[in-house]
Design a protein around this ligand. Structure first.
Ligand code: AMP
Length: 285
């Protein structure tokens, strides 16, 4: 396994694989790898001959009030995990090489970035889109793998690739959960024991709501009120949003009459958690 920090050598390693006719895949991450990331890497390994993983805690996606220094970093364990999963290249760049001083260009995906997490985290998705676009140029693979855990991010990346004609296929991978339903996240280690127990209520509320939709309830106000009640009953949470949206445009729905995504974000203590689940209903009319 190659561990590279330099942009040019990393690009050349991907090109070398492509020139051999190998199918190449990229898994972009911020490190502190867990089973959620592993599932993306395994999917990449299953589909591709050459697998690259990037590990970069992207300062451009942290707001001024968000503490990037608190983000967990476990480089040695991440490298060992990548090695054992059969990764070919781990790209671990320095912040200054990705964002040299005087960088003037950003990738702004309008509309999609202004909903859900984008409203509460101004600039966040511009930081994400910009770094992902850069990674796609530095590591120009055939395919890139993203988790549905970050559903809005996934839709934004798909849209950016389409709008900018970036020749990379985006593969969406399902959310991997802890046995109690909590979506795996690098931030989960920051939860206290009590907070960790309560955090499972987020996914429980999503599963129950999906069942209610499948049972015939279609009214979004009724469903989201029940989610808020259920989360509140589990103890002190700051709920950022609970929304049911069109699963492509992310526009909020009032009635579930098409494929939808139930999305929520909440803070327990200082830890920001997000989760979502899909509901498919046959279109009415
Ligand atoms: P991150 O390191 O949090 O930026 O995540 C890197 C990639 O892993 C993103 O595409 C995430 O959506 C994906 N990911 C993170 N957690 C999970 C999970 N629990 N299940 C599936 N994918 C995940």
């Amino acid at each position: 396994m190659l561990k590279l920090t330099a942009i040019e050598t990393s690009r050349q390693a991907v090109w070398a694989a492509r020139q051999k006719g190998q199918q190449s895949g990229l898994v972009p991450t911020m490190g502190a790898l867990h089973e959620g990331h592993y599932s993306l890497i395994r999917e990449a390994r299953a589909r591709c001959d050459f697998v690259a993983v990037s590990v970069f805690v992207n300062p451009a996606q942290f707001g001024p009030n968000e503490d990037i220094t608190a983000y967990p970093r476990t480089e040695a364990a991440d490298l060992a995990a990548c090695e054992s999963l059969g990764v070919d290249l781990v790209f671990v760049p320095a912040v200054e090489s990705i964002f040299p001083p005087n960088t003037l260009t950003n990738v702004v995906v309008s509309g999609l970035t202004e909903r859900l997490c984008g409203l509460r985290r101004p600039g966040h998705f511009t930081g994400v889109a910009t770094v992902v676009a850069k990674l796609f140029h530095i590591l120009p693979t055939d395919v890139a793998f993203f988790g549905e855990k970050d559903y809005q991010q996934l839709q934004i990346v798909k849209r950016m690739v389409r709008d900018l004609d970036i020749p990379i296929d985006i593969v969406a991978c399902p959310t991997i959960r802890e046995p109690d339903g909590l979506a795996m996240s690098s931030r989960n280690v920051l939860l206290s024991t009590d907070e960790r127990q309560r955090a499972a209520s987020l996914s429980h509320a999503l599963f129950r709501t999906r069942d209610r939709v499948l049972g015939g309830e279609r009214d979004v106000a009724t469903l989201t009120a029940a989610i808020r009640d259920e989360i509140k009953a589990a103890g002190p949470f700051d709920v950022d949003y609970v929304e049911i949206v069109d699963d492509q445009s992310l526009e909020p729905l009032t009635t579930i009459d098409r494929s939808a995504r139930i999305c929520l974000a909440a803070r327990i203590g200082t830890v920001h958690l997000i989760d979502n689940i899909g509901v498919d209903v046959p279109p009415t009319g």
